[in-house]
Design a protein around this ligand. Structure first.
Ligand SMILES: [Zn+2]
Length: 333
């Protein structure tokens, strides 16, 4: 029994073993095939995780840089051209109200606190206010208006070439547009810049026909600047117009920023030796290629495109007459 049992056991176990061995061989083959698939997948997984960790560490600047090299060098910076075109795009969208639906009829905003103390009704036209030998203002208007202005130098770093009473002041809205206009002039004309010669004037001048007496000057509006590119010298001389590319550029582009050529040649009228004569048709009596006046983009566009002047550059005087904002231009004083 014992033997039998032994034999039987042995036999059984032997058989079992042999059977199992055969079975194992059969089972091992597919298992090895699995490893052929799993191993490469594992390797790929491990490589992927390792790569991920390295990239993560790099992004935190923990590894990947040597010496004093700053960690953020790996960040791709936009090129100068990309920055410039981005700035231009943003500037364009800022300065062209027609694209943002902010146009008005030119008589909104810039309501001087001094309207009540002036006998000049055009003061109530805000940025379209008219000051000339026939539409004058008193000292109280001029001093109050000065209090509404900001320093171009302090706010925008715009230099005044020929400090006039040390003012270099301008209405805040006009100043922001002026700043953009001067920036764009420099971008359009590399190596060039424009400076103000004088903007607000609290007193008039006594220099012949080119300067207006106190109470009659467009410079009292706080919306005006004489502009020059110092590369071409500092002389304000209409005979030099052809040499001054900044005056030509302004004439072509200033309306986009709400500024107009306030005294275009076509509206000068008379001789330069005669007294300033603002006639009933809208002549200004002056011809100044450097004198630019803020009236807002809407009115500036209409004036530059001559909407009320058969397509030719208009004068502010004629424009106001044509829009029925003036009843007369003569004999008010
Ligand atoms: Zn001027």
């Amino acid at each position: 029994m014992i033997t039998k049992n032994k034999l039987s056991k042995s036999s059984t176990s032997g058989f079992g073993k042999a059977k199992r061995t055969t079975k194992d061989w059969g089972a091992k083959r597919p298992s090895d095939k699995k490893w052929f698939i799993i191993l490469p997948l594992l390797l790929v997984l491990v490589a992927g995780i390792t790569f991920g960790i390295i990239m993560l560490l790099k992004s935190f600047g923990i590894i990947g840089h040597t010496g004093s090299e700053p960690a953020n060098d790996s960040v791709e910076m936009p090129s100068e051209e990309e920055i410039q075109s981005y700035e231009e795009e943003n500037r364009e969208s800022e300065i062209i109200p027609s694209e943002t639906g902010e146009l008005d009829d030119g008589t909104k905003s810039i309501q001087p606190i001094t309207a009540a103390i002036s006998n000049n009704p055009t003061i109530n036209y805000g940025r379209l206010m008219l000051i000339n030998p026939n539409y004058t203002v008193e000292d109280d208007f001029i001093s109050a208006r000065k209090g509404e202005l900001i320093s171009l130098y302090t706010t925008y770093g715009i230099l005044e070439l020929n400090s006039y009473n040390g003012d270099n002041l301008l209405d805040p809205e006009a100043a922001s547009y002026l700043s953009k206009m001067l920036d764009d002039y420099s971008i359009s004309n590399p190596g060039h810049s424009m400076q103000t010669v004088s903007c607000f004037r609290s007193v008039g001048t006594n220099c012949g026909r080119l300067c207006a007496a106190t109470g009659t000057s467009d410079h009292h509006t706080g919306l005006t600047c004489d502009l020059i590119d110092p590369v071409y010298g500092t002389s304000l001389d209409t005979d030099q117009y052809d040499k001054h590319i900044e005056w030509q550029w302004l004439r072509e582009n200033s309306y986009k920023y709400g500024f107009i050529d306030r005294f275009p040649e076509a509206w000068a009228g008379g001789s330069m030796n005669e007294p300033i004569n603002v006639d009933a048709k809208g002549s200004t009596g002056l011809f100044e290629t450097w004198h630019y006046r803020y009236v807002g983009v809407y009115a500036a566009t209409e004036i530059a495109q001559g909407v009320y002047n058969n397509g030719e550059y208009d004068s502010l005087e004629h424009y106001l007459l044509a829009r029925n904002l003036l009843t007369d231009l003569l004999n008010r004083h």
